[in-house]
Design a protein around this ligand. Structure first.
Ligand code: AHR
Length: 328
C-alpha cells in the first residue's frame, strides 16, 4: 500500500525464493494491498496448523492484503532471517509468532528503526523495551495452567498421593513457561503432590511417544502414575499411545491425562474417557490480528495486551455435536 514499488520488486524475489507464483506487476489494485510479513513457528501441532489456517483465511487479497507467510520449521534463526527479509521488503506490518521468549531485542529493534510495526501473536517475547512491539494477541498460558491445576486439586481433595508425570512443550516458549509455572507452584504447595519426572515433548506426538515409552519402561509399578500433565494435545496423543502400549488404563480409574489446546481429536479422546481434562487454547486468532491492523490503519493505538477467552472441558461438558461443530 505505502511502499508499493519497492514491495512489488521485493515480493517478487521473496516469492521466487519460497517457490510461490510471481506476483503480476503494474496492477493498481495490487498496489493498494496492505503487505503483511508473517513469521510462523512451524507446523509442530494440530493447534499450529489451525492457527496458520486462521491467518491465511483472513489475510487474503479479497480482504485487501498481500500475505508473505514464512514457516520457520521450529528454528528461531529462520524466524530472524524471515523478519530481516520482511524489513528489506518494506512490508507494512510484521506478524510474529515467536518460538521462544528470548533473543528478539536486536531484530525487533531493526524493525522499529525501519518504521514497521510488529504484532506478536500466540506467544510473547521477553524484551527490555516494550515499544519494540505494538500489541500481543494470544492466550494467557499461566491462567490455562492454573485452570488445569485447580481441576487436579478437585479430583484429589483428601491428601492422597498424587504422582505426576509432566511432559513439557518447547522449552523457553511462553506456552511452556506459563503451563509449567502453574504446575510447579502447585506441587510446591501440596505436600502430597509429587513430580515424578519432567520430560521434554517439544509439543510433538513423535518426540513424546519416544520419551514417554522410555520413561514407562523403567517405572517399577503401573500404580506409580496418577496424572500425566501434557502441555499440548499432540503431547497427550504421544503419551496416550505410550501408556496404552505399556498396559496402563487411562481415565477415572487409571491415569488422569490432562491436556491443553482442546482440538477436536483431543475432545473425542476426552469424550471417550482417555483424556480427563482438556484446557482450551484458542488458535483462531486471525480475525483479532486483522482487527488490530485495521485499527492501526485508522490511526488508533491498539490495546497492547489482548488475551482471548478460553474454557475447560471434561467428558461431562461434551457432546458429539459440540465436537463436530468445533472449528479446529
Ligand atoms: O503456543 C501455543 C502452543 O503451541 C499450543 O498449545 C501448541 O499446541 C502449539 O504448538
Amino acid at each position: 500500500m505505502k511502499r508499493t514499488f519497492m514491495v512489488l520488486l521485493l515480493v517478487l524475489s521473496f516469492c521466487s525464493a519460497c517457490g510461490s507464483k510471481p506476483i503480476p506487476s503494474g496492477d493498481s489494485a495490487e498496489e493498494d494491498l496492505i503487505v503483511v510479513g508473517m513469521s510462523q513457528v512451524g507446523a509442530e501441532s494440530d493447534w499450529r496448523v489451525a492457527n496458520s489456517e486462521s491467518m491465511k483465511a483472513v489475510f487474503t487479497e479479497e480482504n485487501g492484503y498481500r500475505l508473505l507467510f514464512d514457516d520457520a520449521r521450529q528454528q528461531q534463526e529462520n524466524q530472524i532471517t524471515a523478519i530481516r527479509k520482511f524489513i528489506q521488503q518494506q512490508v507494512d506490518y510484521i506478524v510474529l509468532m515467536p518460538i521462544s521468549e528470548s533473543g528478539w531485542d536486536s531484530v525487533l529493534q531493526e524493525a522499529k528503526e525501519a518504521g514497521i510495526p510488529v504484532i506478536l501473536v500466540d506467544r510473547m517475547v521477553d524484551v527490555e523495551d516494550e515499544s519494540l512491539y505494538s500489541a500481543h494477541i494470544g492466550s494467557d498460558f499461566l491462567r490455562e495452567g492454573t485452570a488445569a491445576v485447580e481441576w487436579i486439586e478437585s479430583v484429589y481433595p483428601d491428601g492422597e498421593p498424587v504422582r505426576i508425570v509432566h511432559i513439557q512443550g518447547t522449552l523457553g516458549s511462553t506456552a511452556q513457561l506459563g503451563r509449567t509455572a502453574a504446575l510447579e507452584e502447585a506441587v510446591a504447595l501440596h505436600e502430597n503432590w509429587e513430580l515424578l519426572t519432567q520430560l521434554d515433548g517439544d509439543f510433538t506426538q513423535a518426540k513424546t511417544y519416544e520419551v514417554m515409552t522410555e520413561y514407562l519402561e523403567h517405572l517399577p509399578s503401573k500404580e506409580d502414575v496418577d496424572v500425566v500433565y501434557c502441555e499440548n494435545d499432540n503431547i497427550a496423543f504421544g503419551a496416550l499411545q505410550a501408556l496404552e502400549e505399556g498396559g496402563y488404563a487411562c481415565g477415572r480409574d487409571g491415569v488422569n491425562v490432562v491436556t491443553f489446546d482442546a482440538t477436536r481429536n483431543a475432545l473425542l479422546d476426552c469424550l471417550n474417557g482417555n483424556i480427563s481434562l482438556a484446557v482450551e487454547c484458542n488458535p483462531l486468532l486471525g480475525p483479532l490480528v486483522e482487527e488490530t491492523i485495521q485499527a492501526m490503519e485508522a490511526g488508533h493505538t491498539p490495546e497492547k495486551q489482548q488475551y482471548v477467552e478460553e474454557r475447560v472441558f471434561t467428558a461431562a461438558q461434551l457432546t458429539t455435536t459440540l465436537i463436530e461443530e468445533r472449528e479446529y
